[in-house]
Design a protein around this ligand. Structure first.
Ligand code: HSE
Length: 375
């Protein structure tokens, strides 16, 4: 299968290297604006969709533009697309799937969620037989690296974030990691595939870890709790709850034990129950491996997305409830406080929707507010 690739950054170099040993895959073009010094290099994006022998276009350039323009041009020319770009797929989900179907092209994005874990392909497989009712987990290596190192290594937030950046886990703009946007895209894609829906990205609440402090971590530890950043989605009847939030878990639980930048993602189905997937969720070779695996699937005849045409549904977070750890100087906490942990409040049971509303009211008054669900 002849392939053109857009992007020769961290992931692109990994794909290029892993593909060299694959006799069924031929890399013909690599698009990059820089001088990348390989024989396949081109600066002309059109090469990838004008060459009739190119069957599949890989997009690993990241960002929304020009990735969107290039991917849609490739689909219109009937090329299969393989991408690791969760931001692109989550934002243009309906349009990209419709374009692929209209032009008889396959669209695969396994590396977009869970990096090296074959999570979307696992969801695709399980949902053939039984309904998925929920999914949750650690879907971001950077925030797990930060929280694990603050909890076990006593590092400050800033030091742990710098280390995650140096190790190549963090997004180009790490706010996407620490404010939860990266997880929001991953949980949206997972829920869309798991429940055969199309969720509106703008409606999914994300509570980030930008404001977590050493004192918060100490507060949790002294109570046998560990803070983890989780994506969650649950289907109840026709309603889908979906949200991203720091969550306090008993220190001996499986999720609380996940170290460094590892991911642990779990789905729950009607008959099999809970099934968890653990591994490297970021980094050059794990992510590149799933891109190449998608290409091998295509070369082997897979010609599809992971689920069918999706129904548009709103986010219904009034069906999910937690007590929250809420550290704020705002008096707005008084109306919901049930307990006090050091300087922080523990709220009564609240829906995620209610907490989101309160959090948004507190934020202008107290930009340092931190909230975590008690899981
Ligand atoms: N910044 C992401 C992470 C990269 O830390 O998991 C993989 O999506």
């Amino acid at each position: 299968m002849v392939i053109g690739m857009m992007g020769f950054g961290t992931i692109g170099v990994g794909v290029y290297e892993l593909m060299r040993d694959q006799k069924d895959l031929e890399m013909r073009y690599v698009l990059d604006i820089r001088d990348i010094g390989i024989p396949e290099a081109t600066r002309r994006a059109e090469d990838l969709w004008e060459d009739p022998e190119v069957e599949t276009v890989i997009e690993v350039m990241g960002g929304l533009h020009p990735a969107y323009e290039f991917v849609t041009a490739a689909l219109r020319a009937g090329k299969n697309v393989v991408t690791a770009n969760k931001y692109l797929v989550a934002t243009y989900y309906d349009e990209l799937l419709a374009l692929a179907a209209e032009h008889g092209a396959a669209f695969r994005c396994t590396a977009a969620v869970g990096g090296g874990i074959g999570w979307l392909t696992a969801l695709e497989r399980v949902r053939r037989l039984e309904p998925v009712v929920a999914l949750e987990g650690i879907m971001n290596g950077t925030t797990n690296y930060i929280l694990a190192n603050m909890t076990q290594g006593g590092l400050s937030f800033e030091t742990a974030l710098s280390e995650a950046q140096a190790l190549g886990y963090a997004e180009a703009d790490p706010s996407a990691d620490i404010d939860g946007l990266d997880i929001m895209h991953k949980v949206l894609l997972s829920a869309n595939v798991a429940f055969d829906v199309s969720l509106p990205a703008g409606e999914i609440p994300t509570f980030g870890i930008r404001n977590v402090t050493d004192d918060d971590v100490w507060n949790f530890k002294s109570r046998g709790l560990v803070c983890k950043m989780l994506g969650n989605a649950r289907l109840e009847g026709e309603k889908v709850a979906v949200y991203v939030q720091p969550t306090l878990l008993p220190e001996l639980s499986l999720t609380a034990s996940v170290p460094a930048n590892f991911n642990l993602i779990t789905y729950e189905t009607e008959y099999t129950g809970r099934m968890s997937f653990y591994g490297q969720g970021a980094g050059r070779y794990p992510t590149a491996a799933n891109v190449v695996q998608d290409c091998l699937d295509l070369a082997g005849g897979v010609k599809s997305f992971y689920s069918g045409r999706a129904r548009r549904v709103p986010v219904s977070n009034e069906i999910a409830h937690y007590r929250y750890y809420l550290r704020t100087c705002s008096a707005k906490k008084d109306a919901v406080q049930e307990e006090q942990w050091g300087d922080a409040s523990v709220t009564r049971l609240m829906s995620v929707a209610e907490m989101k509303k309160l959090y948004d009211e507190i934020l202008p008054e107290d930009p340092k507010v931190f909230a975590a669900a008690i899981g």
